[in-house]
Design a protein around this ligand. Structure first.
Ligand code: NAD
Length: 279
C-alpha cells in the first residue's frame, strides 16, 4: 500500500509566512512583535535551538532579544531578569531555553514568566486553560501536531488516538488537544501493559517516548496515521525518530519523517504564539 508523507517543513513555512504577514501589519500599525530568548550556559544543543529560534524570528519580521547568561548565574538573578522582561511592554513573549543548570529550579522559572508572555505554554495558568478549553498559549510541539493533521486534511473527530508518552511538554498537552478536537484518546507510558495491542487500536498514533526507532510495524494498524515526535542523532550524526520509519511506513496512510516532520513545526508554532494575541 502506498503512504503519504506529511511535509512538516512545507507546512511550517506556510505558518511562518502567515506569521510574517501578521507581523508586517502589526509593525505597520506601530508595534513590532518581540520575543526575548534567555539561554543559561552554553550547552551546544541549546545553542542550536536558540539560534534556530532567532533565525525564525528574522524570517517572520519578529524582533528577537537574546540574553546569554553564564552557567554560574543564581536563580535569584535569573528571576530578576525575567521580572525586568515581564515589565517591558515592548516584549511580547519570553522564552527560557530548557534544560537549566541543576542549581536553578525550572518550575520556579516557568512560574515567574507572566502567563500573558509565556509563549512556550508551560505556565500552570496556560496548562490549566488548555485543560478547561479556554484560550491561552499551548505548548508548541503538540500544537504543531494538530496543525500538521488539520493542514493535511486528516480527520480527527471520532478517531481513536493513541499517544505514547505523558511528558508535560508533549504527551499531556497532546492529550488535551486531541480531546478538544473530539478524538477518543488513550495515553500510554512506561508502565502501560500490552503497548503493542493498545497502539494497534489507533487510527492516529502519536509517538513521543524518546526511544530511537522503538515503534515498528507490529504497533501499527493498517492505514493508521503515524506522527513521530522523537529526535535522536546516531553516531554518524544522522537523525532518526522514535518510529522505525522503514518498518512502519507501508502500514500507514500518512506518516511524518524525521527530520522534516514534527521538528520544524515546533518553531513555527512558537512564532505563531508570539503574535497570537496581538492586535
Ligand atoms: P520524556 O522523556 O519527558 O517522556 C517520555 C515519555 O515516554 C514518558 O512519559 C515515558 O513514560 C514514556 N515512555 C518511555 N519509555 C516507554 C516505553 N517503553 N513504553 C511506553 N512509554 C514509554 O520525553 P519528551 O520530552 O516528551 O520527548 C519525547 C521525544 O520527543 C524525545 O525524543 C524528544 O527529543 C522529542 N521531542 C521532540 C520535539 C520536536 O520539536 N520535534 C519536541 C519535544 C520533544
Amino acid at each position: 500500500m502506498s503512504y503519504c508523507l506529511i511535509d512538516g517543513k512545507a507546512i511550517a513555512t506556510q505558518i511562518k509566512e502567515e506569521v510574517k504577514e501578521k507581523a508586517r501589519i502589526l509593525t505597520e500599525k506601530g508595534t513590532t512583535p518581540c520575543l526575548a530568548v534567555i539561554q543559561v550556559g552554553n550547552d551546544p544543543a541549546s545553542t542550536v535551538y536558540v539560534g534556530n529560534k532567532k533565525k525564525a524570528c528574522e524570517f517572520c519580521g519578529i524582533r528577537s532579544l537574546s540574553f546569554e547568561l553564564p552557567e554560574t548565574i543564581t536563580e535569584e538573578e535569573l528571576l530578576s531578569k525575567i521580572d525586568e522582561l515581564n515589565q517591558d511592554s515592548s516584549v511580547h513573549g519570553i522564552l527560557v531555553q530548557l534544560p537549566l543548570p541543576k542549581h536553578i529550579r525550572e518550575d520556579a522559572v516557568i512560574r515567574r514568566i507572566l502567563p500573558e508572555k509565556d509563549v512556550d505554554g508551560f505556565h500552570p495558568i496556560n496548562v490549566g486553560k488548555l485543560c478547561i478549553g479556554e484560550e491561552g498559549y499551548v505548548s508548541c510541539t503538540p500544537a504543531g501536531i494538530v496543525e500538521l493533521l488539520k493542514r493535511s486534511n486528516i480527520q480527527i473527530a471520532g478517531k481513536e488516538c493513541v499517544i505514547i508518552g505523558r511528558s508535560n511538554i508533549v504527551g499531556k498537552p497532546m492529550n488535551m488537544l486531541m480531546i478538544r478536537e473530539n478524538a477518543t484518546v488513550t495515553v500510554c507510558h512506561s508502565k502501560t501493559k500490552n503497548l503493542q495491542e493498545v497502539c494497534k487500536r489507533a487510527d492516529i498514533l502519536i509517538v513521543a517516548m524518546g526511544k530511537p526507532k522503538f515503534v515498528d510495524a507490529s504497533y501499527v494498524k493498517q492505514g493508521a496515521v503515524v506522527i513521530d515526535v522523537g529526535i535522536h542523532r546516531n553516531a554518524e550524526g544522522k537523525l532518526c525518530g522514535d518510529v522505525d520509519f522503514d518498518s512502519v511506513c507501508e502500514n500507514t496512510s500518512y506518516i511524518t519523517p524525521v527530520p522534516g516532520g514534527v521538528g520544524p513545526m515546533t518553531i513555527a508554532m512558537l512564532m505563531s504564539n508570539v503574535v497570537k494575541f496581538m492586535e
